[in-house]
Unconditional design. Structure first.
Lengths: 398, 249
């Protein structure tokens, strides 16, 4: 861990921070409430993260060292669908209004090239750091904004981003340029499958086949990265380090998204292979490690909470697709583990309903922080789990 | 023929009611020895807590008293002649080198698994003819844990299968199976109990076939069926409700 400044040490020493760290040291788990309780708390935390920035964007995380961080364009983009989904789920249109505010902010920071910047937002758009992945994730938000509002400016913005993304794409379908330099250092990344999925979304609303061709081209490249055992090559943040479950799940989400749009069973089968492998690992070991090597072994002593929420979400999608109830069962257990790490009763708003980067908090993935994308993916998973279980129960007269 | 039963027993001076080796012996099947894994009181307590604890089981116990099924009553009616003494050897783990050496010394023709964890090839390779296991679902469809519950949730028939155990999880050749009927007022617990009774009967029938040299081996198609895992408590509650409606029909 890098050396801490005096201000960071003082903030870390706050009683609430010491308390959450102490509970992780001891290994205490929190009470598991009904999924709806955790969902509401998670969404309320995301609202506070948005309010913390004051500009419509969503604060990247609540850090025990720095407090609420700056807004994160990339994750604000893909949080937008979550807010629309929750507005429909809860019947509370204020969440849709919040999604629109996020959209307004994103439109205001789009780069002149049509791309969106990498990393957190530091007060003004950074024209020097256009990022394919981040633009793709924001594209998921822009396309949803257009679907919900039918406002042409969202489509225009999405097209500009999509045009820039496809311009950066290599002949083989991968992206070797326009890579975010914030964190990851690998020269090509399989988890950009989520960008391909975003292009499919754009093709669906724009009717422009060039976007879906680009998306499918990347998906085929991504498919070629899959090993026989379901593991994906070129999927780590840093060469030589095993990929987090976060990026493993990113690939599954992306390929599944493309597969659904393109009605390509080969992509769905590829996701099933990896998801089934992860389900077996989780069920047999009773936990899901934070990262895995190419033989599905792990030396990780931490959990990647975002990755777990994503994996749970993918399992629930696969349950909806295949009706294989083992996926529902595994996701319910994994969600329980996530819920047991979430404090929904804390008197501190920044903690209450937040999702840690790692469990324990000092784990390798976004240490000492509650991250907005973890909350987003947990909310997504719970919004899938609740109706899935209710539907099952509804078949059974009480 | 030398038959050895592998099972698990608590560290208590009393043997459980309807102890499988004695049941088989009452059916005229000679049991040469039992190798029992010691189950600690702590492990028993943990299993008890994970199954809901005593308080949650009180209504179940009342229901059980009120709804003893025909199979239960038949089991109770089995003449309780004093069994021949069967040597019981205790081990900490059935797969331990100590247990394997013990089994080799006993040189069984047939091993019967009556309540063990996963048994490894080092043990499975010892008996001359093979190892029989009982699975509480119809193979090859439902493999793994909580299969009675999964069968109900999936709308499949509940059943019991006797199979030749191999190195896979419930993948061995099938010897025989039987459906377990759902009776009025059935709960998961009563259904499990009836499955266990039927399982014992099938064990006896299967061993007789083995003794006669006519026991079949029906291979499971490669990749057939799915492996299930422990069921989430909320799904278990759904299964209980579904079973209540099925049992009421």
């Amino acid at each position: 861990m890098p050396s801490l400044s005096a201000a960071e040490v003082i903030r870390l020493a706050r009683p609430i921070h010491v308390g959450v760290l102490a509970s992780d040291v001891v290994g205490w788990t929190r009470p598991v409430h009904a999924s709806l309780t955790h969902l509401d708390a998670t969404m309320a935390w995301l609202c506070r993260a948005q309010d913390a920035t004051g500009d419509g964007g969503v604060s990247a995380c609540y850090s025990l060292l720095r407090g609420w961080d700056e807004p994160y364009p990339e994750t604000t983009g893909y949080i937008i669908p979550t807010f629309f989904d929750y507005a429909a789920f809860s019947g509370d249109t204020r969440y849709a209004d919040r999604a629109l505010r996020m959209g307004e902010w994103l439109l205001s920071i789009q780069l002149s090239s049509g791309a969106f910047q990498a990393g957190y937002f530091h007060g003004s758009p950074d024209e020097n750091s256009p990022s394919v992945f981040n633009s793709g994730q924001i594209l998921l938000g822009l396309t949803r904004l257009y679907r919900e509002s039918h406002e042409e400016r969202y489509l225009t913005s999405a097209r500009r981003a999509g045009d820039w993304i496809t311009k950066e794409q290599a002949e083989d379908g991968a992206w070797y340029g326009g890579l975010s330099f914030h964190g990851p250092t690998t020269p090509v990344r399989t988890y950009y499958a989520r960008v391909a999925w975003a292009l499919m979304e754009l093709a669906a609303i724009s009717g422009e086949p060039a976007y879906s061709e680009a998306g499918c081209r990347h998906a085929r490249w991504g498919l070629a990265q899959q090993q026989e055992n379901g593991w994906f090559r070129n999927n780590e943040f840093w060469p030589g380090h095993p990929p987090f479950t976060h990026t493993i799940a990113y690939v599954m989400e992306g390929l599944l998204g493309v597969g659904m749009h393109a009605r390509d069973q080969a992509l769905v089968d590829a996701v099933l292979k990896t998801a089934t492998r992860l389900m077996h690992l989780f069920e047999l070991r009773g936990n899901l490690a934070g990262d895995f090597d190419a033989t599905w072994k792990s030396k990780a002593t931490y959990r990647c909470m975002t990755g777990e929420a994503q994996v749970s979400g993918v399992w629930l999608q696969l349950y909806a697709l295949t009706r294989d109830v083992r996926f529902l069962n595994a996701s319910m257990k994994l969600n329980d583990r996530l819920k047991a790490s979430q404090d929904v009763r804390s008197h501190v708003g920044a903690i209450r309903g937040g999702v840690k980067g790692s469990q324990p908090l000092w784990g390798k993935y976004h240490r000492l922080a509650y991250v907005n994308w973890g909350a987003k993916f947990l909310a997504d998973a719970l919004m899938r789990e609740i109706p899935a279980v209710a539907q099952f129960g509804a078949d059974v007269p009480r | 023929m030398k038959i050895v039963v592998l099972t698990s027993l608590p560290r208590l001076p009393l043997l459980p009611r309807n102890f499988l080796p004695y049941y088989l012996q009452r059916q005229g099947i000679p049991i040469a020895a039992v190798i029992a894994r010691r189950v600690s009181l702590r492990e028993m307590a943990r299993a008890h807590v994970s199954s809901g604890g005593l308080l949650r089981r009180i209504p179940e116990l009342f229901k059980r008293a009120a709804t003893s099924s025909a199979a239960d009553m038949a089991a109770e009616a089995t003449p309780r002649t004093k069994p021949d003494r069967i040597p019981i050897h205790y081990v900490d783990d059935h797969n331990s080198p100590e247990a394997v050496a013990l089994l080799k010394d006993l040189a069984p023709d047939l091993v019967v698994l009556g309540g063990t964890g996963i048994i490894k090839p080092a043990v499975l390779n010892v008996p001359r003819i093979g190892t029989l296991g009982c699975h509480y679902a119809l193979l090859p469809e439902l493999k793994g844990f909580n299969v009675t519950e999964w069968a109900i949730l999936e709308g499949r028939p509940v059943g019991v299968t006797i199979f030749w155990v191999d190195a896979g999880v419930d993948t061995g050749d099938i010897l025989m199976d039987r459906r377990v009927p759902i009776l009025p007022l059935d709960t998961i617990a009563t259904l499990r109990r009836r499955s266990a009774e039927i399982g014992k009967q099938l064990f006896a029938e299967s061993i007789r076939l083995v003794l006669a040299g006519t026991a079949p081996r029906h291979p499971q198609p490669a990749g057939a069926g799915r492996q299930f895992f422990r069921m989430h408590p909320r799904l278990l509650r759904i299964v209980e409700r579904k079973l209540a409606t099925l049992a009421a029909r």
